[in-house]
Design a protein around this ligand. Structure first.
Ligand SMILES: Nc1ncnc2c1ncn2[C@@H]1O[C@H](COP(=O)(O)OP(=O)(O)O)[C@@H](O)[C@H]1O
Length: 325
């Protein structure tokens, strides 16, 4: 049997807090706030044994409730200790709960900024857009996106991007007193809530350039974001506001293999048949996973496909790589 070229771990929505278990907002699922650290520890142990090359943490690593308890720093320390037990780099995506706990400047200066450093500082596409690309192996380019680049929670009140985000919510959500409440409508319109966000034109342009370069150099690309972009791969309430702009970039490049996101704790899988049938994976969230189970995966990468090996409530998936030419 062929050996994988390399392998990496993925985990989403740990949302750790040192508080008692409770129901989610809509009272449909239980959240295991302390147990989530234990499940992260299980994942770390597993990845250590498997000797993965790196891990991608898909956002919401600590819960927003740490903020009002004054526990943001200690909760972050607790989860980073678990990640430190993995002898491999960890790439951190930022979700809405990162912004409930910290502002953008604090996050940029924190250990949750995993962008590689270059001679002039960091490889971020812009000093305050948390998106970057890295090459895990020759022929592969992995891209992390900032889904709160355009958002109310991820941008300072006085900034132009915050104001634009507010206008987007006012135009699309009639709940002016509470934009966390989804608009009463069917389908995709429900995504215009304050706990979501979107991607600026600069970021989408940068993504386009990354994929164009990857096409030219015959690399394969995997894209990560906290917010999903393909309807069907997640509940409509969980999609990025301008998910369609990202989709149209992804669909126009043959280098694109797979999109991985978190945010929707129920998880989801969908094959984008409008592209060249690439997979969109929304990973099941640790926070709503019972303590006796697990929610993480290891992805083994081969020349022509990737094998996602799920643990606990994450099911296995074979992801095929579209032909390069
Ligand atoms: N249907 C809703 N109506 C009003 N507020 C909501 C609704 N769903 C979530 N919220 C609020 O939005 C914020 C984010 O929700 P939460 O469930 O914590 O997000 P996540 O799914 O990322 O964990 C919380 O402050 C929560 O109380």
């Amino acid at each position: 049997m062929a050996e994988p070229l390399f392998s990496f771990g993925i985990i989403a929505d740990v949302q750790y807090a040192d508080i008692d278990d409770a129901m989610n907002y809509t009272r449909t699922r239980k959240r295991f706030y302390r147990g989530s650290a234990e499940l992260l520890r299980n994942a770390a142990r597993h990845w250590r044994q498997e000797r993965v090359q790196f891990v991608v943490q898909l956002g919401d690593v600590i819960d927003g409730q740490n903020r009002w308890r004054g526990a943001s720093e200690s909760a972050l320390e607790a989860v980073l200790r678990e990640f430190d037990a993995i002898p491999a780099p960890v790439h951190h995506v930022w979700g809405n709960h990162e912004f409930y706990n910290f502002n953008r400047e604090t996050l940029i200066a924190s250990r949750l900024n995993s962008a590689p450093r270059n001679a002039s500082g960091s490889d971020l596409i812009d000093k305050d857009i948390y998106a970057y690309a890295f090459s895990p192996a020759p022929g592969f380019r992995f891209v992390l996106l900032d889904a709160f680049d355009l958002s109310v929670i991820g941008r300072a009140k006085e900034s132009e991007k915050h104001q634009r985000a507010l206008r987007t919510l006012r135009e699309n959500n009639h709940n002016l007193h509470d934009f966390n409440q989804p608009p009463v409508c069917a389908g995709l319109g429900q995504r215009f809530v304050q706990f979501n966000g979107g991607f600026s034109e600069e970021q989408i342009q940068w993504l386009e350039e990354q994929l164009t370069q990857a096409d030219l150099s015959q690399e394969r690309v995997v894209v990560f974001s906290h917010l999903p972009v393909l309807p069907g791969a997640a509940d409509s309430i969980c999609l990025a506001w301008n998910h369609d702009a990202v989709l149209s970039v992804l669909r126009s490049h043959r280098c694109f293999v797979c999109f991985m996101a978190g945010h929707d704790h129920d998880g989801g899988r969908s094959r984008d048949s409008e592209g060249s049938a690439v997979d969109h994976v929304t990973l099941e969230g640790v926070i709503e996973t019972a303590p006796h189970s697990d929610a993480f995966a290891t992805v083994q990468v081969f020349e022509e496909h990737m094998e996602l090996k799920g643990r606990g409530r994450v099911e296995d998936l074979i992801i095929s790589c579209p032909p390069l030419s």
